[in-house]
Design a protein around this ligand. Structure first.
Ligand code: MN
Length: 491
């Protein structure tokens, strides 16, 4: 996974020649001062670089084209200190394929009541210059984030930082390669989808590798390599089993999968218990430890959730609260305290663990293979989201539910990792809304990201976004889904 600090955002200031060279120089100095202030703020996860003051259509087109071609540039931020006539921006913005944030701010916080004169007015024109700039975004129907407020304010910087994470998600998504070891679980609907549509909209290359070829790589793993990974396990996890050979087998599988992922430059992968030909165990610990290293994973061939797990982990870099593949497993329907227990057959990412995970070996009722080693732990408490991407036929829909994770019950006989949560606004409305919208049983659970990150991502990717939250009302949601169905057919 590319380090978040490698991504750059280009700050471009719009102006024109009308004001003379001296004013343009001042505009540049002020822009540089603002960018320097923003660059030193840890609220911004990636680099922000002052690019230029642009004053002609050709300059604007050139910088937009450069942004498109530069693989480290994850987006542009524009601002108009002075007036920048927007017809100059049509060519550049039409060509721009990177995310765009329009920062509506001004260099001075306050009006200098004693000093203000017409020179000051001609320099500090964002209030109307940025409206001219905003019109062309609207006229072009161009997706963009608008952030309003003084550039030194924390709220403004938080919004810029949040958008940067979404834009990094776009960059990761557009270059993501996903590998499927085996097909989707037989007869399952929601894990299916149009891979061509996904590549057109989201950039994902979703391909397959034969499980037999993967087993070939696994069989080439040496005992010395297994010893090294076992030592790493011992540092991070408690080995709470005597069946060391079963654990060593997962290490071997993990190293084989990792080799295959590296060979194909894959960022996400799926397995399926229905195709384990030549494998002795369902990969459990192997998938969990690979997820902790940033790979996306989806069970039962669910390539959409695998891709989203990787993208959301990339967006969340540096926050480090935890993001995992998840499944709504079972409910506690105690009246007034309804909860969801999320888990999977094996594969929950240890980044969401509240305690040190234990490596255990237990039988698995499904798959008819040897008892797999897995990490067992309790999930953290705290605010989080669950996100699910579904294919509605003709369009993709991203559904996000705000949730409050709680300390899981003490469940001594549960041999898998579990996370427990109360969905907003409550289980009844949340589950009704989720089911109405067609949300999957698989999701990505993230303590790092918020619905705002995912909404911005969906807007940039031009896919539908549904947010289930504390204000969700079922009848309003039904109307929204009905109208969205019509709107997306017309788009
Ligand atoms: Mn599943």
């Amino acid at each position: 996974m590319k380090n978040v600090k490698q991504y750059e955002f280009w700050f471009i200031t719009g102006s024109q020649h009308l004001y003379g060279e001296e004013v343009i120089k001042t505009v540049e100095d002020h822009s540089k001062a603002m960018v320097e202030g923003l660059a030193n703020d840890p609220l911004l996860p990636a680099k922000i670089i002052f690019k230029s003051v642009v004053t002609t259509p050709d300059e604007i087109t050139r910088v937009c084209e450069e942004a498109n071609y530069d693989e480290n540039c994850a987006g542009i931020i524009t601002w108009c200190h002075t007036f920048s006539p927007s017809k100059m921006w049509i060519s550049g913005l039409t060509k721009l394929s990177k995310p765009w944030l329009h920062l509506h701010t001004q260099f001075n916080r306050t009006i200098p009541v004693q000093e203000i004169d017409m020179d000051f007015m001609n320099l500090n024109q964002s209030a109307h210059g940025d409206r001219e700039h905003g019109f062309i975004g609207a006229r072009l129907r161009k997706a963009r984030k608008i952030v309003v407020g003084y550039w030194e304010d924390i709220a403004v910087r938080e919004k810029i930082g949040s958008w940067m994470r979404s834009a990094i998600g776009v960059a990761v998504s557009r270059s993501l390669k996903v590998v499927r070891y085996g097909d989707n679980m037989r007869y399952v609907a929601v894990t299916e989808g149009d891979k061509v549509e996904a590549e057109i909209k989201l950039g994902w290359q979703v391909n397959t590798r034969a499980v037999g070829d993967l087993v070939g790589l696994i069989n080439q793993v040496t005992e010395v390599e297994i010893d090294t990974l076992m030592a790493e396990y011992e540092q991070k996890y408690d080995i709470a089993t005597d069946q060391i050979e079963q654990v060593r087998y997962q290490a071997k599988v993990q190293l084989g999968i990792q080799k295959s992922l590296e060979l194909g430059d894959f960022g996400a992968f799926t397995t399926t218990f229905e195709d384990l030909h030549g494998l002795n165990q369902l990969p459990g610990l192997a998938c969990q430890d690979l997820m902790a290293k940033g790979y996306g994973f989806g069970g039962e061939g669910d390539w959409k959730v695998a891709a989203m797990t990787h993208i959301m982990k990339a967006m969340a870099q540096g926050i480090n609260k935890g993001t995992s593949f998840m499944e709504d497993y079972t409910y506690d329907l105690t009246l007034g305290n309804e909860l969801i227990l999320g888990a999977h057959m094996l594969e929950v990412c240890p980044t969401v663990a509240q305690n040190r995970p234990r490596i255990e070996v237990h039988p698995l009722g499904i798959g008819a293979k040897s008892d797999p080693a897995r990490l067992v732990f309790d999930g953290k408490a705290g605010k989080a989201i669950v996100a699910s991407l579904v294919d509605m036929g003709g369009r993709l829909r991203l559904i996000v539910n705000d949730i409050e994770c709680v300390k899981p019950f003490d469940m001594p006989n549960l041999p898998v990792a579990g996370v427990m949560w109360r969905p907003e606004p409550n289980l009844q409305t949340s589950a009704e809304a989720w089911i109405l919208a067609g949300g999957a049983h698989h999701s990505v659970l993230s303590f790092d990201l918020t619905a705002d990150h995912m909404r911005d991502f969906a807007e940039m990717m031009d896919i539908e976004f549904v947010h289930i939250n504390k204000d969700t009302d079922i009848n309003e949601l039904k109307r929204d889904l009905f109208l969205a169905d019509l709107a997306w057919k017309l788009k």
